[in-house]
Design a protein around this ligand. Structure first.
Ligand SMILES: Cc1cc2nc3c(=O)[nH]c(=O)nc-3n(C[C@H](O)[C@H](O)[C@H](O)COP(=O)(O)OP(=O)(O)OC[C@H]3O[C@@H](n4cnc5c(N)ncnc54)[C@H](O)[C@@H]3O)c2cc1C
Length: 326
């Protein structure tokens, strides 16, 4: 497939929340050579670039983005023994399904993430007790700085392999958030061989949990997933919540973080609406586009939530979502 740079492409349909203005330039990229060509195009035109996966964790400005959006679509999966290789454009639920089908266990949780492997590695996404760092063995990285410096650097000279131990994984964190010049191209995941019937059983249990999650979260709606990260329950914060007589223990998740949804709900913001953007009544950490929301509506709502939570609990919420074009 030959890479084609398109102009003035509306980005709303490339996001789950269905919000966002146009990209000045846009291209689908399916392999390392196309990626290199795209990055070179941006370098030559002195444009900023942005890598877009499934758009399940981004808010794009109503004015769009004046640079190049690189839509990563390399979606090959290869299994060798207990190692699964996946392109950055592979959807997490598909990788979960394929690994189960070949009798590998460890990645079943991936069925709950409506994003790509690339976006999920960057944010160390996780659910149902699993997260990316539990399985990733190594990540192939494309260093875009090399393309801009060496005009004709071949793709392999700009690419290098990073072992998981060097990825700086933490709660919704990785080194890739600090190195925006690095693009995740593909990754290997270390899994375990088990009896295929047992793997199917585990998968069915996770799928059941996924279905149950619909009761508690606005899955299937136009949203960005969790808007804010959980909060470290420091001694100061706990002392504050105790003084305010708040039953804070209910809001602590299994990783020991105070859930942002709990704080937002406690602040009385469930259902709060600005324009077409609304705090979900099923889960207060989700903002939904009720149909007519603009990015400005969402930003205003995010600000309202942060201000209210700060006023009520003295806690500063930090966004998990990524902004583009603001
Ligand atoms: C209904 C719903 C439920 C969700 N549930 C969960 C959940 O349970 N747990 C959880 O952790 N998340 C959850 N999310 C959030 C989201 O699915 C994850 O953050 C996901 O990993 C984002 O992947 P993406 O491909 O959509 O990334 P995008 O939204 O496209 O991009 C997110 C960021 O990653 C960067 N990026 C994307 N691909 C690459 C790449 N190849 N190289 C470098 N950077 C890249 C982008 O530039 C951007 O900064 C949910 C979202 C929704 C809508």
């Amino acid at each position: 497939m030959v890479m084609r740079i398109q102009e003035d492409i509306s980005l709303a349909s490339y996001t789950v929340i269905k919000i966002g203005g146009p990209a000045r330039y846009f291209c689908d990229v399916t392999d390392a050579n196309e990626l290199e060509a795209a990055v070179r195009f941006a370098a030559e035109k002195e444009l900023l670039f942005f890598v877009l996966g499934a758009g399940s964790n981004v808010l794009i400005s109503d004015n769009g983005f004046p640079g190049l959006v690189i839509h990563l679509r390399n979606d090959a999966i290869k299994i060798e023994g207990e190692t699964a290789y996946a392109g950055a454009g592979v959807m997490m639920p598909r990788l979960a399904m394929v690994t189960v089908q070949v009798g590998l266990t460890g990645f079943e949780w991936g069925t709950g993430i409506p994003g790509t492997v690339g976006g999920s590695i960057r944010g160390n996404a996780g659910c149902f007790g699993g997260e990316v760092r539990d399985n990733v063995e190594s990540v192939m990285v494309f260093d875009t700085k090399k393309v801009t410096r060496l005009a004709q650097a071949p793709a392999e000279r700009a690419s290098f392999k990073l072992q998981a131990t060097s990825c700086g994984f933490g709660y919704r964190e990785s080194i890739f958030k600090k190195r925006p010049e690095w693009i995740i191209v593909d990754a290997t995941f270390k899994l375990k061989k088990i009896n295929p019937a047992t793997a199917q059983n585990i998968f069915r249990k996770i799928q059941k949990k996924s279905k149950e999650r619909v009761e508690e979260q606005p899955i299937g709606e136009k949203t960005m997933g969790s808007t804010f990260k959980g909060v470290t329950a420091s001694d100061d914060i706990i002392a504050f919540l105790r003084r305010a007589n708040i039953a804070w223990q209910k809001g602590v998740n299994r990783r020991g973080f105070l859930s942002a949804g709990f704080l937002i709900e406690y602040a009385g913001l469930k259902g709060c609406r600005i324009g077409g953007a609304e705090v979900s009544s099923r889960h207060a950490n989700f903002i939904i586009n009720t149909g007519t929301a603009t990015a400005s509506d969402v930003v205003e709502l995010v600000t309202r939530i942060k201000d209210t939570v700060k006023d009520k609990f003295g806690i500063s919420l930090e966004e998990e979502i990524q902004y583009l074009g603001f």
